[in-house]
Every structure is written in C-alpha cells, then in structure tokens.
Ligand binder design. Structure first.
Ligand code: MGD
Ligand code: MGD
Ligand code: SF4
Ligand code: MO
Length: 679
C-alpha cells in the first residue's frame, strides 16, 4: 500500500505523519511537508504502529456478567447502551448520567460531539480529562491577560519553562526552542528537578516544590522596584493593588519560601530583564498542586510585564455551530459547580473531581450511569481506591477503548474503539497559535473497532437525538462545518501534508482579550466569586507541608519518553524502553536511608502506600522524589486523594505531595529519616 499523509494524535503536538503498511505491519514516519512539524516524529509516534496492530486490541463489543465476558453485535451493544442510559434518566433524572471523555480523544471535535450529545440528552454532566489537565493553566493566563501567550520565536529573547519539561512532554516544540536558543534566545527552567529541558537551559532554578507563586511574586517585586515597566501596564486593572501587595512583602520572606538564594535570584532576574521580550510556558508541575491556580496567576502576571506586545490572540477557524445547540433542554447545574464555578461555568462541563462524591455519596445528587471514552480514569484520577469503589458502584458503566484497561474491566459493556489511523477528524492548530487546519484520515483500517464519531452518531439515533447529528458520516459533517473557513474537506484530503492554512479573524496586537480590555493584575472576576483578586501569599502556600512523618516532596506523573499516561506499556518497543516503574531519589538521600540503587522501597503518603524500586538520580533534589504515573501494578494515584483540591479550579494534588520513603522491612522499626536540610 502506498504511503498516506495524516496527523499523529497521540499528543497535542499533532505532528504530520506518513503511514504505510508492509509485511512487518503499519509503518510511520514524519511528514517533511507538514508546515508545523516539518518531518519531526517522536518515539511514541514512530512506534504507534505497534499499538494499532496489537493482537490484544478489543475487536468486538462485550457484555460482562460477573467476571464473564460475552461478545455481542454492535447492534445489540448500542441498543443496550441506549436502553440503560434512558433507564437511568427515567429513574434518577438526566443529570444522573455522565459522559466522560479522556485525553486520547483530545480537545477538539469529538469533545464537542460528546458535549453536544450530553446536553441534547439533558445532562449537564459532560465531564472531561480537562478536570485535571491544562485548564487551570489556561484560566490563569486568560483571566490575567486574555489568553495563553504563544511564543514568536523570532522575536522573543527569552523563554522560561516553568513546571514543564517539553524535552519529553512536547518534543517537537522543544526542538523549536532549542533552535531559537541556538540563535541566542535565553532559556530558563524553573523546576525542582534538573530535567532534560533544564540540562539545555542557560539557567536552572531548582525551586522548592510547591513554592512557585512566591518566586513569581519576587520577580514581580524586582520588576516594580528596579525595572521600567511599560506605561500601559501601569494603568492596567490592579497594578496599584499589586504594587501595594509587593511593597508589603520583603524579598527575604518570598525567597525563603522558595529555597532560592538571593544571589541566584539576582542573577536570574538580571538574565530575565536584560532579555525581554520574554515568554513563559507553564505546565503540569504547577497545575497539579492544591495552590496551583493562584501560583499560576502570579506567574501569569509576569507575562505581560516581560512582553507587553504579546496579546495572546489565539484563534480558531470559524466552524459552523452544531445543529440544535440552541435548543438543549433545561438542565440543573453540573457536578462541581457549587465548589468550582469558574471551571464549570467557563467550560460548561462538570468538574470530574466531584465524580466520586456524586457516585458514592449522592453529593450534590446521585450519578448512576456513565459512558467513558478514550480515558482510563480508574488509574489516572486521584485516589484510586475511591475511583475503584465509585466505578464499581455505578448501576451502569460503558467504556469505549482500544484495550481491556482497568477502567474497562469495571464496565458492564465495552465497545472497541478505532485508532486515529482509522478515523476522520479535524484538527485546528489555532490552539497553539498556528492558523492551520489539519485532517486525521483513515490510512490503515483494521475493522476491529469503530471511530468515535460513528458510535456517537449511532447512539444519538437510538436516543432519538438524530436532529443533533443529522449526517451520514463525519465527512459529511465536516464538509458542512468547514463551509465558512475557506478550506474544503476535499482540498484537505488532497493535501500532501493533510494540512491547509486559514485566515485567522483577530489581529494579534491590538487588544488584550480580557473583559475590560486591560491586563488584570487584580481580577474582579475572581473577587466576585469569593476568591482573592490578587495572588496573595496566603493563597500560594500548600495546605500541608513536609515534615515528620512525611519529609519528602513527591512529584507523581513526570512524563517519560515511551508512554502516554497509561498507554503503550503493552507495545513491545515502548515496553522494553522502561519495563518497571522507578522512584528517582537523590544518592545522598538514598545513602542516609541505606537504600541502594535498584532496591525496593515503600513510599507512604497520608493516603496510601506503594512499593517501588529506587533509582539513584542526582537530578532530583535531596528533599524530593519523583515517579511516573499510569502503572497498574504500581499506581502513583494510590498515593493521591480527594482531601484537597485547588479551591478555584478543583485540580487535584499530584505534585509536591508530602511522603515518606523507607527500605522495605524498616517500617516496623519506625525509621523515617528526613532529607538533609540543603536542597
Ligand atoms: N511522553 C509523554 N508526553 C506527554 C504525555 C505523556 O503521557 N507522555 N502527556 C501529555 C499531557 S496530557 C500533558 S498534560 C503534558 C504535561 O507536560 P508537562 O507540563 O511538561 O508536565 P510533566 O512532565 O508532567 O511535569 C513537568 C515538570 O513539573 C515538575 N514539577 C513537579 N513539581 C513541581 C513544582 O512544585 N514546581 C515546579 N516548578 N515544577 C514542578 C516536574 O519536575 C516536571 O519536570 O505532557 C504531554 N506529553
Ligand atoms: N498521578 C498523576 N496522575 C495523572 C497525571 C499526573 O501527572 N500524575 N496526569 C493527568 C493528566 S495531565 C492527564 S491528561 C490524564 C490522562 O488520563 P487518561 O485520559 O485516562 O489517559 P490515558 O491513559 O492516555 O487513557 C487513554 C485511554 O484511551 C484509549 N485510547 C487511545 N486511543 C483511543 C481512541 O482513539 N479512542 C478511544 N475510545 N480510546 C482510545 C487508550 O487505550 C487508554 O486506555 O492523567 C492524569 N493523571
Ligand atoms: S510529538 Fe510524538 S506523540 Fe506527539 S504528535 Fe508528535 S509524533 Fe505524535
Ligand atoms: Mo494532560
């Protein structure tokens, strides 16, 4: 078969790829014609053929009775699904049904379809992986200066990577950053660990976990006292209030929280302010803390100071709205809207961190039936024991996946999914500031499972919601949706890169896209919801710090090269790259605990315990540990919980988590040595 262009949708880089099949199976290489990725391909994309071709893929819908699975036809499976969802609606109200979309289905068209289906059905509880990914960061930047700044790598002279490690998590973007650094752009990394990204940086600030907001305030104070800020910013909303706050705190008190020495801070501030315009990229290291949002707000306040010209315009191709979206039935508030109205109100989604309470305790009302597509929340949501109990308690759970995952095993019905090599979906690169539309195309059909659009359209018909999805297939839907964009589906299909440019509607440099048209150092929107309008120090501290009996900071879920969350461990090449989970520990801390490289240790948090092999790693701080997530047998989320969430966004606590570590067998002697005082 000849090589055909499509897009990789394993991660949000959405690189252009060329796919062919030969005797050895499905082969993938980078597409040099793709205007954004230009031939780049990472380990996961290159080896995705092994996932697609895996003989362990689900290939038929199945119904579970006890521990026994029976294959059923698609007809029967969709009939049962519709029947059980309607039954839950009848008995407990439409809001008792949740439609959940995981990370693998990404954040564009299929997400819109699932939300449309939920609202048409009458439930406000469309819930997505956004409950713990991306949105806390996005809201903090948007509330402050109207969007998330994208870097113009030919204009900026500085990039700060703060709580993110794109060398592993966004390798295509990191390549561009490295090229810009080669042309003279300065690169600063703020991360407790000396990550792969940090090893390429001009400066690495090994901040104490959980203290980032204080460091951001220190940089803002430096700007206020020692630099000239643009006059326009001085007339922004809340500049005066921010100044008063910064005058009230001393550098000493701020830096003390961060563990950064004064001299190191001065050097960093000099590098930052001598190299404006600068761009800040914030990541999951900040989001997954229970003080994450306000810390991110403090960092977001720095962005317009470093580059008052970057208006974070952001754009989307003007796609036609979905039919019937103006005629949804009235719905009660979604789950999580009482506690986290900013999240639920801005996104029109339920906040998934409320799910276990809704299922287990009927808070704020019962959730009884759920459809999970493209996610494995039993492993990826916090507090696995609560997740497990909740999914087991549901009257009905259906899971759409490629494999029999831990979440799928809890289901009453599983539906086999198609991979992204067998579906049609649109991708808008506008979300990363590039005005291109791309097409995910069927390049390697396997007929094992069905694409998301297909079962969504079919299910809608069975729920008597055909008016919402009046198309034969997604090609027809996209032809209509694209009609106002200047790009046609046929042209996308003919394109050698599966991508075409469109003309964005907004001009980037004219206005800040906040409610007032100004930068909002003080946010009236936050204040109106009862939160601090300024990122005040009291909100930047973690609710619980380290100290006996939990002397180490643990970061759970730092990305590793071969895996995408829980995925790819069953693929031969990725599986061989990392066979077992490891706990990175500084050699000095290990020596103090008497732990040797490769030895098994127990990690205990306030919420749980797991056993894992230690790996001596000088890149982590002496007071810190790190491990990846997504392992079924050694699940990082056994250590996390639902006691604390970020008060503004509801994001869970998965980084900067106080834990103890000890040699297996030492526990009974009560040994809980702490790290040495220096970092
Ligand atoms: N290979 C691979 N790539 C992926 C994914 C994957 O599963 N595998 N997942 C994708 C997804 S969905 C996401 S959301 C992104 C996430 O991508 P990133 O935002 O880059 O997230 P991580 O690598 O998880 O964590 C970033 C860094 O946070 C640091 N960190 C931990 N605690 C703190 C802290 O208190 N302060 C600071 N400043 N930093 C801290 C960690 O040391 C880590 O280096 O990755 C995407 N890319
Ligand atoms: N402790 C800890 N937990 C974390 C994180 C962390 O850093 N630390 N990170 C969090 C973040 S940022 C994220 S995004 C989440 C990710 O959480 P999830 O969304 O649960 O992530 P995955 O494990 O990638 O699950 C994707 C599932 O979709 C399936 N799949 C793949 N392609 C398709 C498809 O085309 N269709 C369908 N229907 N299914 C498909 C895969 O087989 C897999 O089972 O994890 C979160 N959990
Ligand atoms: S960076 Fe890798 S996984 Fe992400 S889209 Fe590109 S090839 Fe796929
Ligand atoms: Mo994520």
């Amino acid at each position: 078969m000849s090589e055909r262009p499509t897009l990789c949708r394993v991660c949000s880089e959405n690189c252009g790829i060329l796919v062919k099949r030969d005797r050895r199976g499905t082969r993938i290489r980078g597409n040099p014609d793709h205007p954004v990725s230009k031939g780049f391909l990472c380990f996961r994309g290159k080896n995705y053929g092994e996932v697609h071709d895996a003989n362990t893929r689900l290939d038929s819908p199945m119904v579970r009775s006890g521990s026994h699975w029976t294959k059923v036809s698609w007809e029967d499976a969709l009939g049962l699904l519709a029947e059980r969802l309607l039954d839950a609606r009848e008995r407990h109200g439409p809001q008792s049904v949740v439609f959940y979309k995981g990370e693998s289905l990404k954040h564009q068209e299929i997400a819109r379809y699932m939300q449309h289906l939920s609202f048409g059905f009458g439930t406000p509880n469309y819930v997505s992986v956004g409950s713990l990914c991306h949105h806390s960061s996005a809201f903090s930047h948007a509330l402050t200066y109207g969007g998330t700044a994208q870097p113009d790598l030919h204009r900026i002279r500085l990039a700060i990577l703060w709580g993110t490690n794109p060398a592993i998590s966004a390798p295509r973007t990191f390549l561009d950053l490295k090229k810009a650094a080669g042309r003279g752009m300065k690169l600063i990394v703020v991360d407790p660990s000396r990550t792969q990204s940090a090893s390429h940086a001009d400066l690495h600030l090994s901040v104490r976990p959980g203290s980032d907001g204080f460091l951001a305030l220190a940089f803002l104070k430096h700007a206020l006292e020692e630099e000239t800020v643009s006059p326009e910013l001085a007339s922004s909303d809340g500049w005066e209030e921010l100044n008063r706050l910064l005058r009230r705190v001393s550098f000493g008190s701020l830096l003390e929280e961060t563990g950064i020495e004064v001299e190191e801070f001065r050097n960093a501030a000099a590098m930052i302010f001598e190299n404006t315009p600068g761009w800040i990229s914030t990541g999951l290291g900040l989001e997954l803390q229970p003080n994450g949002f306000q810390s991110l707000r403090a960092i977001a306040c720095l962005q317009p100071v470093l580059d008052p010209r970057n208006r974070a315009a952001g754009f989307r191709a003007p796609l036609k709205p979905l039919p019937g979206s103006d005629r949804y039935p009235p719905m009660p508030p979604s789950i999580g809207s009482q506690r986290w109205p900013l999240y639920t109100g801005s996104l029109r989604e339920g906040q998934g961190m409320q799910l276990t309470r809704a299922i287990l305790r009927d808070d704020p009302y019962p959730v009884r039936a759920m459809l999970v597509a493209g996610g494995n929340p039993v492993l990826t949501f916090p507090g696995t024991r609560f997740q497990t109990a909740a999914y087991e308690k549901l009257d009905f759970l259906a899971v759409v996946d490629l494999f029999m995952t831990p979440t799928a095993r809890k289901a009453h019905l599983v539906l086999p999914a198609a991979t992204f090599l067998e579906t049609v979906e649109l991708h808008d690169y506008g979300v990363v500031g590039k005005p291109y539309l791309g097409l995910v195309q069927p390049v390697a059909p396997s007929n094992k499972g069905r694409p998301a659009w297909q079962w969504i359209f079919d299910l809608a018909r069975r729920l008597e919601l055909s008016a919402l999805f009046p198309w034969k297939d997604n090609r027809e839907a996209l032809m209509g949706a694209l009609s106002g964009t200047g790009v046609t589906l046929e042209d996308l299909e003919k394109s050698a890169s599966a991508v075409l440019p469109y003309s964005p509607e907004v001009s980037p440099e004219t206005t800040w896209r906040t409610r007032t048209g100004k930068v909002q150092f003080y946010s009236k929107e936050l204040a109106a919801l009862g939160y601090s309008g300024l990122p005040v120090p009291e909100d930047l501290r973690l609710p619980v710090s380290t100290g006996a009996p939990f002397p180490f900071w643990l970061s759970t879920g730092d990305r590793v090269l071969g895996f995408q969350h829980t995925q790819f461990r069953n693929a031969p090449t990725a599986g061989n790259l990392m066979k077992k989970p490891i706990l990175d520990i500084h050699p000095d801390s290990a020596a103090r605990l008497g732990v040797r490289d490769g030895e098994k240790v127990a990690v205990t948090s306030r919420y749980g315990r797991l056993e894992i092999r230690a790996a001596l790693c000088p890149e982590v701080r002496r007071d810190s540990l790190r491990m990846s997530h997504g392992w079924e047998s050694c699940n990082a989320n056994d250590l996390t919980d639902s006691e604390y969430f970020d008060p503004v966004t509801g994001f869970p606590w998965m980084r900067a988590l106080p834990v103890s570590v000890e040699k297996i067998g030492e526990r009974s002697r009560g040994r809980r040595d702490g790290p040495s005082p220096s970092k």
